[in-house]
Design a protein around this ligand. Structure first.
Ligand code: NCD
Length: 312
């Protein structure tokens, strides 16, 4: 058993073989998906609930597709958070889900730590589908799979993660995963958007795109997460694009075969220029979405196996 945990709540704390196991299994699901086949017997009779307290396009639909391709019964619950007491709602919801005997629960919440809390209260295996500014483990796994398939490895690569690092759970999960598997990670952005913990995590910090991108193998762009931002951290979007937006000129400082990534949703003309985002050679943004389904199939499959083993 290469992945012994009941849940997938964070990348931080996972060991290299546990991550590699999920990536290898996901790799086999990429091939299955491309062949047009499904494996509907694997999760037959199991229920996956997608519990989303925050907006999502890619993550929710890919969890849904992943569950269906493995034969699970999939239920989507989108919960409006605006007018309710979040703590109470979460625990009430946990009680409801427990009564329904759901097996797998993918949770997105605007509060960091919400999936961890749910994991203590429900019988289901919980997958963190993004919590506040904390982690987004399946995103980091799909990013790693995209890189590994294109570059053949993760070890020794230089990955520049650029933009709003401070508010990004995608950045945090990627930093943990990539450093655990031996990549060199840099973060690039204005000082107001780089978290103080960056240095503690042992990653290089750059405030200039050209210096930060120099000789990078991978350029990962992030959205300005305004919904999580205190006002006034960024002067204007035009000025931000001028200094930190990725265009062909800035990209030219990275390696000639550097790949451009973005978890989506993209704000074209703010953190990334359309010519770069749609560049058929350099941009792997659509491939990331494809990898997302395979990675989520691997995670659902793995957690269901752990459940079966624990039930013996
Ligand atoms: C990200 C998220 O929600 O954390 N999107 C995603 O899951 N693909 C990034 C973002 O919202 O900017």
């Amino acid at each position: 058993m290469y992945y012994p945990h009941r849940h997938l709540l964070a990348i931080e704390g996972l060991h290299p073989p546990e991550i590699t196991h999920l990536l290898d299994l996901a790799e086999s699901y990429v091939l299955l998906n491309r062949s047009g086949k499904t494996q509907r017997d694997l999760l037959r009779g199991r229920t996956l609930i997608n519990l989303f307290f925050e907006d999502s396009t890619r993550t929710r639909t890919s969890f849904e597709l992943a569950g269906k391709r493995l034969g699970a019964d999939v239920l989507n619950m989108s919960v409006a958070t605006s007018s309710v007491n979040k703590g109470e709602t979460l625990l009430d919801t946990a009680a409801t889900l427990n009564a329904m005997n759901c097996d797998l629960l993918a949770v997105r919440h605007d509060q960091s730590g919400a999936p961890n809390l749910l994991a203590q209260k429900v019988g289901a295996a919980v997958i963190n589908a993004g919590d506040g500014t904390h982690e987004h483990p399946t995103q980091a796994l799909l990013d790693a799979l995209t890189i590994r398939r294109r570059k053949g490895r993760l070890e020794g690569l230089t990955v520049a993660i650029c933009g709003d690092i401070a508010h990004s759970r995608v950045a945090r999960s990627n930093i943990h995963l990539l450093t655990t598997l031996g990549s060199r990670v840099r973060v690039v952005g204005p000082p107001t958007l780089i978290p103080a913990e960056a240095e503690r995590l042992g990653i290089a910090v750059f405030h200039d795109m050209r210096a930060g991108l120099a000789d990078a193998d991978i350029v990962m762009m992030l959205r300005l997460q305004r919904e999580r931002m205190a006002k006034g951290l960024v002067p204007s979007e035009r000025e931000y694009f001028h200094f930190f937006g990725l265009d062909q000129e800035k990209l030219a400082h990275a390696k000639p075969d550097a790949l451009v990534m973005h978890p989506g949703p993209m704000n074209r003309g703010v953190e990334i220029d359309s010519a770069v985002a749609d560049d058929p050679v350099r941009s792997v943004i659509k491939e990331q979405v494809e990898m997302g389904v395979a990675v989520r199939m691997a995670v659902l499959d793995t957690l269901a196996r752990v459940q079966r083993r624990n039930a013996l």
